[in-house]
Write a protein that binds this ligand. Sequence first.
Ligand code: NDP
Ligand code: OXD
Length: 308
Amino acid sequence: MAFLYKADPARGAQWAKLFAQKAPDVPFHIWPDHGDPAAIRYLAAWQPPENPTHMFPNLEVVFSVGAGIDQFDLSGVPAHVPVVRMIEPGIVDGMVEYVTQAALTIHRDLFDYGLQQQQQVWRELPLKPAAQRRIGVLGLGVLGTAVLDRLRLFGFACAGWSRSPREIEGVECYAGEGSLDAFLSRTDILVCLLPLTPATRGLLDASLFAKLPRGASLIQTGRGPHLNQQDLLAALDSGQLQNAILDVTDPEPLPAGHPLWTHPRVRITPHIASATRPDTAVDVVLDNLRRHRDGLPMLGQIDRTRGY
Ligand code: NDP
Ligand code: OXD
């Protein structure tokens, strides 16, 4: 009944310590030291090995150590093995912090003040009240909803877009492709918190940017391939978009000399908006192991037909 961890080894060491304290009956291994392959029942990975059940014939569950599972090759995981993504409070807190700082950076004109500083210019820009700034979040899942709950407290005019209809207090909710244009037309700061699926790949392109009010800004915290980077550059250069804060790119990292690195209206961080926190994640995983043993649904079990 062993557990195998295959991701960042330093974090793995933290997981190992927590497992030893909280579940000493579950032998814990860190890849590539997997011990007896027949004993591995649970695998937690950022990217599982190819065809994991060939290697570990008694595998019962595959956990993603991240919230997204687009980096998994699901075709290699047999249908009877459930795949569970990470839903844990540490990731949520990190994302709420990141998107809040990004939204406030844009709202309080820090891009413009940064450019003014480079030219040693001391000039006040008109201040817009939060209620007049319309924020729109693509994706009303665990992260999108938590982000909106916080942004609402600043008084921003908040909206969100999802596949199926949602109701969130204080948030104008839009659902489905048919409502995307209406959602975009009322959005000054667009946040992407969608999973990467065939339906969302490349969604952030020229035609979408054209539906935003002129001078809107983008906060991209989903996955690099959501965004057409050339279209973003063109939209920034034409003034259709004013600023972009990118935590994810395609590829990661961007190649040296890529124009996004040095664009004055782009800020890039190296996919650090949020990360799984070992202490909170291990509690969630152990709870899911108990649920699995009791035949209950696990928190974060993905629906393969939806792709997230
Ligand atoms: P969830 O699965 O909880 O939420 C996904 C949301 O996206 C849901 O509201 C879903 O709609 C909506 N959605 C999916 N497909 C479509 C579509 N085709 N059209 C409209 N809406 C769609 O995911 P999380 O909130 O936990 O995470 C979201 C993403 O954030 C992750 O998949 C990952 O890509 C990214 N992420 C990035 C991190 C970073 O550090 N940059 C860290 C963690 C996550 P519905 O409600 O109808 O299902
Ligand atoms: C995740 C991520 O999906 O860190 O958790 O991107």
